[in-house]
Design a binder for this molecule. Structure first.
Ligand SMILES: Cc1cc2nc3c(=O)[nH]c(=O)nc-3n(C[C@H](O)[C@H](O)[C@H](O)COP(=O)(O)OP(=O)(O)OC[C@H]3O[C@@H](n4cnc5c(N)ncnc54)[C@H](O)[C@@H]3O)c2cc1C
Length: 287
């Protein structure tokens, strides 16, 4: 397994903020992962899993945790049964790679998820979703390792998941998952292309960002609330809530973790004061 030392965490987070990881591990097998989970227990160090880092913000300074990147967990197995395709994917397979398969075999069921800059593991852990669909709509099963290094192959109906969260956030590492898609008669490549054009119109993709900052409160929208308290476009130093999509944080150049936390805390205080709503963060902050 590859191990890098003194790594710039900025390069593992799409918003490009953060200090250094004393060590960053790149497991290539199930045994590597078990070894690292055990190591974190033996050394009493925090475990931090990193996929694409599109939902993750690291603090400044040097962090001595067991950082695990899924970058080299890329195996893909495809099983075809009549018009159904079962894709068994390792954690580090990216949504871009899934879209390539979806287009190659003209499969339906993934269109609304295209454009999310995720790894399979990160998306399953977060139950990522968009436009009325979520990854759990197409999940068949998940092979995961708990923090005592036991393996579990759980069917979808055995897994606890809800809006942007799953049991895995507290219970273990997702090693593989199977998604089920269907051969389509529609032009899937064209549908995805149009979908991406629509997404690009609404999201500030010209700047480093970490996507939605807050979960939508029941029957409401976090972006709308931020706009109503005057935080659309609000900026401290180089970090701000985008003026294109209020719930997206953007890094204008050299944003610091301190400015970011000040901005979040100020928004959260104001939302609570004005609307009596406790905002729940969707982004993961590693500090
Ligand atoms: C431009 C942009 C647009 C976005 N649009 C959307 C959207 O439409 N819908 C949406 O839901 N999200 C969206 N996001 C947020 C983000 O892309 C998703 O949450 C995505 O699922 C995160 O995947 P990741 O691989 O980057 O995870 P990371 O940020 O690397 O990690 C996220 C979480 O997953 C956990 N994790 C990662 N890998 C594993 C693993 N193998 N096992 C266990 N836990 C793991 C981490 O511990 C962490 O808690 C967007 C982000 C950006 C930057």
């Amino acid at each position: 397994m590859k191990i890098y030392e003194n790594v710039d965490l900025k390069n593992f987070s799409t918003i490009k903020i953060g200090g250094k990881a004393k060590k960053l591990y790149f497991p290539e097998s199930l045994n590597d992962i078990k070894f690292l989970i055990k190591k974190s227990k033996d050394e009493d160090k925090k475990l931090v899993f990193i996929g694409v880092g599109s939902n993750t913000i690291f603090k400044d300074g040097t962090l001595d945790y067991i950082f695990i990147s899924t970058k080299f967990l890329k195996n893909i197995e495809i099983k075809e049964e009549k018009d159904l395709f079962y894709l068994n994917l390792e954690a580090g397979v990216s949504f871009k790679e899934i879209i390539n398969l979806v287009k190659k075999f003209n499969l339906e069921g993934f269109e609304n998820l295209s454009g999310i800059p995720a790894s399979l593991g990160g998306a399953v852990a977060m139950n990522a979703g968009a436009f009325g669909n979520e990854i759990f709509d197409i999940i068949e099963d998940v092979l995961w390792i708990d923090f005592d290094t036991n393996e579990h192959l759980s069917k979808k109906n055995e897994i606890k998941y809800s809006y942007r969260t799953t049991q895995f956030q507290k219970e273990g590492f997702i090693y593989k998952a199977t998604i089920k898609l269907k051969k389509s008669k529609k032009d899937i490549a064209k549908i995805i292309k149009n979908h991406l054009i629509e997404r690009n119109k609404k999201q500030p993709l010209n700047l480093p960002t970490s996507g939605s900052t807050y979960k939508n409160p029941p029957n409401n929208f976090a972006g709308k609330i931020l706009e109503e308290i005057g935080y659309k476009g609000k900026r401290i130093g180089d970090i701000g809530f985008s003026d294109k999509h209020a719930n997206f944080l953007v890094n204008y150049s050299n944003a610091t973790f301190k400015d970011l936390m000040n901005l979040l805390e100020s928004a959260e205080r104001k939302v609570e004061r004005v609307f009596n709503i406790k905002f729940e963060r969707e982004i993961r902050i590693v500090e």
